[in-house]
Each structure stands twice: as C-alpha cells, then as structure tokens.
Design a protein around this ligand. Structure first.
Ligand code: GLA
Length: 740
C-alpha cells in the first residue's frame, strides 16, 4: 500500500503555501512498517514481532527509497528491566510489568488492571493513518490517529479509547501520544511561571528519572505550559536537532519526560492522571486531546518557526472574512481600558477614551471589566451579564455607536465561567458551582467556578454570550478566567462518573466557543486567564489571540515574549503599552521603549491616554502608523531571536523576515549599558542574499556610514551596526529592511 499526496492536491487545500516536498504516508505490509514524511521530517513506527506498535525513527527526512525491517523489540536488560518496559511503544498499556510512564491505564469491573495493547488493523486517512490496537484478551480498543503536515512535518497525534465489552471500564490514565528518542544526551526546554511572571524558559539536561510538567488546576495554568523542546547534544538557537511538542488541551494536563534505564528519552502527554477516572460504559469512547510534535534540524529557532507557521495555517480559527486564507488576519491594534479605569467604567469616561484612542490610529476599542451587574469591584457581579444601569443608563449602544463613528470596532470583556457569591446568579443557582456538598467552597478573588460540565450551565453561558452578540454590534470578546479550581465536585452525577468533570468542562468550553463562532462568524475572541493562564493549542483552535500576562512592564515583557515565542506565534501575543512608572516593578521607561517592546507582538495600548501629553500622543501615533505598515512581517514572518534577553543580558534583539523575503523588521533593546560597551553588530538572518534591501529606521539610528541599501548578503555577513548614541538604560531601536 503506497499513498502519495500529490503537489497539486496539497496546493488546492492550502492555496498560499508552496511546498518543497510532497508528503507521503506509507505502510509496508511485508515489514509492517508505517512511515510518515512531511517537510524535512520522517516519522516511522511498526508492528513488532510481539504485535506491539513500536516507535522506530523520528528525525530528518529519509530518502524516498529507504526502507526498514520489521521493528525489533528492545532486549531484556536484566530480570529487572523487561523487554516490554525497554521497548519504546507508540501507546503502551499498563500491564505486563511496564515500569515507564504508560499511555493508558485502566481498571476493569472485575478488578483486573492488566492491559497489553497489540496491533489489530489500520486505515489510511487524509495525511496519515488510524491504527487500531486491542488488548490481548479484552475488548478495549484504542485507535491511534496520526496525521502529518506536508509542509512543516508536524504530526498531530491523538487516541480514541473504546469499551466494546459489556462491563464498565474505568480509564485512570490516558495520554494523547507518547514520543520516543533513542539513547543520547539531551537538553529539555520547558516554560514555567506564575501570575504576572509567565513564560520563563527553563533549559536542563535530561537525567535518569522523570520530569513532570503539569497542571492539576482544571485549566492550562500560568505555572507550566504544555510545550516542550528537546535538543540533542550541542544544539543551540540556530543549529542542531530539536524535537518539540505541544498539547492541545486547556484542562488539567500532564507531560512526563523520562530518561529510562537504557538512556532513551520518552515524552508522554495527555489528560492529567491525577484525580482522573473516566468511566466507559459498554460501547462508550473517550477521545484524548491532540499532542502535536515536530522536528527541526535548525535549533530552537527552526523549531519555533515551524510551530508558528503551523499555528497560523492549521490551528488558529478563521472568521467568515478570512475563511480559506492561509493565515488569519493580523490583529487590530486595540485600546483596552483596564489599566486606565479598572472597574470605574462609565459611558462618558469610555467615550472620552475612545476619542483619544481613535486619534492615535487605534483599530479596536475594548471595554474591560466593570460594565455589568453590580460590578463595582471584584466582590460582586460575576454571573450577572446585564448592563449596569448606573454606569450605562442607555445600554451599550451609545458607546458602541460612538466607537463605530470614530472608525473603530468594539470589544467587550467577559468572564463567562465564573460567579461571585454576591450575584443574582449564585443566589438563584448555588448548585451551579464546582463544589462538594457539605464542604466549604473556597473562593479566590471572591469568586467561584461555574461547573461548565453541566448542561444547564453550558446553556446559560452560551445563551447570554449569544444574546450579547445578537443584541449588540460586538466584534470581539476578551474571554477571561481568573482563578483555578478547588473542590471539583459534580454531585449531579453518580459517584462513579463525577470525575468526568475534568473532560466535560473543557469540552463544553470548546463547544460554546465553536457554537458562538458558528452563529457569529466574524466575532473574534481572546483567551485570557489573569494573563497567560490559558494558552495552549486547544484553546487556540477557537480563539484568535491570547493575553500573555497581566505584567505589562516593558522590560519584563521582553523576556516573557522571548519565552512565549518558543511555543506560540507573535500573531497571538497581545502586548499593551501601559503607564509609567509601571504598577508592578515601579520602573520608569520612555514611551518609545514601551512602544517598541509591545510592537514585537500584536500591539495594543492600555495606558490612561487621557493623561498623555500632545508629544506622547504624537509619538504613539507615528509608531502605530509605522507598525501598521510592517505588522504582517512581525507577526506572520519567520522569527529569529538574535540576542536573547534572558539571563540578565544587557542587550536583546529579534528579527522577523516576511515569507517572501521582501521585508524584514529588526528590534533591539538595551537593558543597561555598562562600562561603555556598544550594542553588538547584528548579523541578520533569513534574507535573500542576492536581493538589495533598503534600511529605514523606525526608531533610532544606524551607525554613521551604514549604507542606505545593501545586499541581503551584506546585512547577513557584515551585519547592522547601531549608532554610538545607542547607549543607556532601557533604550530601544527598530529598523525595517525592504527589498528594492
Ligand atoms: C484579569 C485580566 C486583566 C483584566 C482583569 C479584569 O486579571 O488578565 O487584563 O481584564 O482580569 O478584572
């Protein structure tokens, strides 16, 4: 059986993308080997002599005629390390003495807990295979779904677990996929943080044992993000082999990175097995999230460029206006009122801010928290999604009309899954929150979490959001989620089914988002959770952008944005310019520095612009106009992290190059000049060496004598030097290069 995806077919489905190589998905019946090729990667697995599905190869793309013999199970190392444990299975059941992380662990109704999955059958799918495994004795079936992206070589893997028996089976642990790398010396990269401190990149040698990245919180979490990258040997930002992955799930998740007893590495990720238990009655199925995985031979930079493209082309939703396009539309430059007014919103106040925003060249005006129910502060109102009559006596219409008349569209803050005990909703439906009867309900920020897994709660949430969109001309929701779970009970269901809440809550969230987008096909949505607490490839299927952090300090943001960019495209990375000194660090920075820091992603303004001087407004207006001109390059181009701001670096710089290499944008930042050290020469990357590029400053100056135009080869080999005046504390410069 041979399946080749023709060039023409690929072009038809993704019109704006040109592929160097076609993808193939092949199964060799003789050796029982499956092979997936895409971009510069090959992924190979096969049915081994025992009947298990075994990983064979994941790395650089192999020759078209290369073939593999049947997969050979690893040998037994000693009586303590069985072949079953040592063999890198694609999806290992817990049984037969498996001591590594299992992909699937179940308990049968009779107490039996042994599960050994063998290959049963397979079918070819659009860009891959569905491979069916079955327990050696009992009718538990697992279908592994594989598909490879022809352009990036990124695989999407997931599993469907099905109970075809007559008795219930409890799934206690279910991964989306497991990835394996042969014995070697590896470095693990992962992202951690906290509220106002998300996106710290950690890099550490993988040692024997397991490193667990997870959230037990019911949602993705600020503390760790479901992404990993593993570098081989001496790989760095632009060189060497990197395997990376990201889990598409916004509920509790876990990724376990192991180095096993034979020095091989394994990564297993999916639902968090902590407090997990999904009962499958006869005939029922459990579908796991998708675990995406990719390979780059060009270091961490190559890995993130592949991931960014994949997100733009295959993950992010399209509105009606952008349906069928290769990339979603760039984000409107927004104004958001939160840091200016907090809860003190009013018709007159918001209208005054809207006028100021429009004069700066803003595209979208977003009113944040405070407009609904009895919301004066964070003690009341969540759940009551009617317009506050005191603040907006005529409803939202006058404000929205005003915003439209000023040439902007209108966005609104909502926090749909939450309720304050001091609300009409809670008084009417105290049973709607996650809770264990008779136990305290732990409040955070004076609020409780609605149990979105319940059908009545889901209907309520979908209902009020749909009503808001139907009755008002709202282009955008900032969808917030300001706490994690406590007491995750669901007492509507029999005890044996209550833990389904971990799955059904998130499914209903996705369902509501999908339904809203279907009914209102041009609405755009931001995923916010007190900043970056819900950013993952699951939510990004339904939301157009995310709020990376409540920390808007422009210096902190440089390293946060750097960390963010390993996993997520700058397109979704909203970045506001706010007031100085900054509320968090009390740091004072210039408006130019703040603007350039935010211009590395999708720009917004969140300052109290009512207080800006005419000079500040003029500077912001000029830079917003300059940003509009180069925004597609910044947010959809290829990103090169030239100098990382991490590890107390005195300098940092990024460069993005448009896909067609006709434009490039460079950002450079100084933390603190010390002992007169000049900003290093930036050897640019990714340009067309033979083309001529003109250099135009957006902010700052190049060193005297820098040519106004030079070849791509010149900018890449000789490099860009900065003016000797580019010194001091918290300084920023930006340039554009345009192909002549
Ligand atoms: C969260 C968000 C902020 C703001 C407030 C409003 O903290 O991250 O941007 O919307 O809620 O209460």
């Amino acid at each position: 059986m041979l399946k080749t995806f023709s060039f023409a077919l690929v072009l038809m489905s993704l019109p704006l993308v040109v592929f160097a190589q076609a993808a193939t998905a092949r199964f060799d019946a003789g050796s029982k080997v499956f092979r997936l090729d895409g971009g510069n990667a090959s992924y190979v697995f096969g049915v081994n002599a025992r009947g298990e599905l075994q990983q064979v190869y994941w790395g650089g793309r192999l020759g078209a005629t290369d073939s593999f013999p049947q997969a050979m199970p690893m040998r037994e190392w000693a009586s303590f390390d069985s072949s079953y444990s040592n063999t890198p299975q694609e999806y290992a059941g817990w049984g037969a003495g498996l001591f590594n992380e299992p992909a699937l662990k179940v308990t049968f109704a009779d107490g039996n807990r042994d599960l050994v999955l063998h290959y049963e059958s397979h079918t070819e799918t659009a860009n891959g295979f569905d491979v069916v495994l079955k327990d050696i004795a009992r009718p538990v079936f697992v279908t592994l779904h594989y598909s490879i992206d022809p352009e990036s070589g990124i695989l999407a893997r997931s599993a469907t677990i099905e109970n075809r028996g007559t008795d219930a089976v409890t799934v206690e642990q279910a991964a989306a996929a497991a990835w394996a790398l042969p014995a070697g010396h590896y470095t693990l990269n992962y992202l951690t943080g906290r509220w106002a401190g998300e996106w710290t990149l950690n890099q550490e040698t993988i040692h024997a044992g397991a490193r667990v990245l997870e959230s037990r919180r019911g949602s993705t979490g600020h503390q760790a993000n479901p992404w990993f990258a593993i570098q081989a040997g001496e790989a760095d930002e632009e060189h060497g082999e990197v395997w990376f992955g990201a889990l598409g799930w916004s509920g509790s998740w876990r990724i376990t990175v192991e180095q096993d007893q034979l020095d091989a590495a394994r990564v297993t990720g999916g639902f968090n097995p902590f407090d997990f238990g999904y009962g499958l009655k006869a005939g029922e199925k459990l579908q796991t999230p998708v675990f995406y995985g990719g390979y780059s031979a060009h270091g961490l930079g190559g890995a993130s460029r592949l991931l960014h493209r994949y997100e733009l082309e295959h993950i992010l939703p399209r509105t009606q206006a952008t349906a069928g396009q290769a990339a979603p539309k760039v984000r409107p430059v927004i104004y958001n009122s939160w840091e200016a007014t907090e809860f003190r919103v009013s018709e007159a106040g918001q209208m005054a801010l809207a006028e100021k925003a429009a004069a700066l060249g803003i595209d979208r005006f977003v009113m944040d928290d405070g407009w609904f129910g009895q919301r004066k502060d964070d003690h009341a109102g969540l759940g009551d999604w009617y317009v506050n009559q005191e603040k907006f006596p005529h409803g939202l219409k006058p404000l929205i009309d005003k915003v439209h008349a000023l040439g902007m569209d209108f966005g609104l803050w909502v926090e749909p899954e939450m309720v304050n005990p001091n609300s009409d909703l809670y008084r009417a439906h105290p049973d709607w929150v996650l809770h264990f009867p008779g136990r305290p309900e732990s409040e955070q920020r004076n609020q409780l979490v609605l149990n979105l897994a319940r059908a009545d709660v889901r209907d309520y949430v979908l209902g009020f959001l749909d009503k808001l969109l139907t009755e008002n001309d709202i282009a955008f929701f900032k969808w917030d989620y300001n706490r994690n779970w406590a007491e995750p009970g669901w007492d509507q269901l029999p005890a044996s089914e209550q833990k389904r809440v971990y799955v059904e809550f998130t499914r209903n969230l996705y369902g509501i988002l999908a339904e809203l987008r279907k009914k209102h096909p041009n609405v755009e949505i931001e995923s916010c959770s007190g900043g970056g607490g819900r950013v993952d490839l699951g939510i990004l299927r339904y939301t157009d952008e995310v709020w990376p952090s409540d920390n808007t300090d422009p210096f902190d943001r440089l390293s946060q944005q750097d960390g963010f960019s390993y996993a997520y495209t700058p397109q979704v990375m909203m970045a506001w310019v706010t007031d100085t000194p900054h509320w968090l660090n009390k740091r004072t920075t210039s408006l130019s520095y703040r603007m350039l820091s935010s211009m590395q992603g999708s720009l917004g303004i969140g300052a109290n612009i009512a207080n800006w001087t005419p000079d500040e407004a003029a500077l912001a207006k000029r830079l917003i106009a300059a940003y509009h001109q180069v925004q597609p390059t910044i947010v959809e181009g290829d990103l090169y992290r030239l100098i990382s701001p991490r590890n107390e670096s005195a300098f940092s710089a990024t460069q993005t190059v448009s896909r067609d290499k006709t434009q490039s944008v460079v950002f450079a930042f100084i933390h603190s000049t010390q002992k007169g050290h000049v900003f290093p020469t930036l050897k640019l990357k990714g340009l067309d060496p033979a083309a001529e590029y003109a250099l135009t400053p957006i902010e700052g100056k190049a060193r005297e004598g820098t040519p106004a135009a030079a070849s791509g080869a010149w900018w890449m080999n000789h490099g860009l030097d900065f003016s000797e005046d580019f010194r001091g504390d918290f300084q920023a410069a930006a340039f554009r290069l345009d192909k002549k």
